[in-house]
Design a protein. Structure first.
Length: 218
């Protein structure tokens, strides 16, 4: 219509278009450089999520980067971190708890947690003899790794020897390679409690009461 002699304003009024829409010119993508940098960070740091990548971008530049903008580009590039699958011990290795007949046959190990006055965690490795319910030892540390467990058990073995079996849960400190290798070298069997039974115990057999014939007839 403008080419036919009509003014720009009248032509836009006829077709129902605003002046800003008519004069708009596409701008080059402002997210090109940001998108490229997000991909580079995600490839360099495989376990970083969108929060850590946003923090890295803030540390690199003086200009603030909007979190929603980073999150949108992060999802568009499908950079979501996959959850690690926890390795589970096969159910065949879990056995019902039996009652030992003599001391030093079966020990049970577990963790108890507490906090100091400054709110720092205390981790207590407790070891109990299943036959006598005696506390074989309690190791208290800020953190106890799988490497520290054999060290504690080795120190106790000097005093009273090693049991035939050690029962524990499926924690990483108790089922790691270091603990398994130590148990194999010492001739100790590792047994796991059944799932969902942290206080697993075997109830003694119940005797069925008998009634004498004469008393029943009376």
């Amino acid at each position: 219509m403008i080419d036919q002699g009509l003014s720009e304003r009248r032509s836009l009024r006829v077709v129902g278009m605003s002046t800003s829409a008519y004069r708009y010119q596409a701008q080059p993508g402002r997210n090109v450089a940001l998108r490229r940098r997000i991909v580079e960070l995600a490839e360099r740091h495989k376990r970083y999520g969108v929060g850590m990548i946003h923090l890295k971008l803030l540390q690199e530049g003086d200009e603030p980067v909007n979190y929603k903008r980073v999150e949108g580009l992060y999802w568009e590039e499908r950079l979501q971190v996959r959850r690690r699958k926890r390795k589970k011990v096969p159910a065949s290795e879990r056995q019902a708890l039996f009652r030992p007949s003599a001391p030093n046959e079966v020990w049970s190990m577990g963790f108890v947690f507490d906090r100091t006055a400054d709110a720092r965690v205390l981790k207590c490795r407790t070891i109990v003899d299943d036959a006598t319910h005696e506390s074989v030892g309690i190791e208290v540390e800020r953190a106890i790794s799988g490497i520290g467990v054999p060290r504690v058990l080795g120190r106790m073995a000097i005093v009273r020897g090693l049991p035939k079996t050690i029962r524990t849960d499926n924690g990483k400190e108790s089922c790691g390679k270091t603990v398994v290798a130590w148990a194999y070298g010492g001739g100790v069997q590792l047994r796991l409690i059944e799932p969902g039974k942290p206080n697993q115990k075997e109830a003694p057999p119940r005797e069925t009461p008998t009634i004498e014939r004469g008393a029943r007839e009376a």
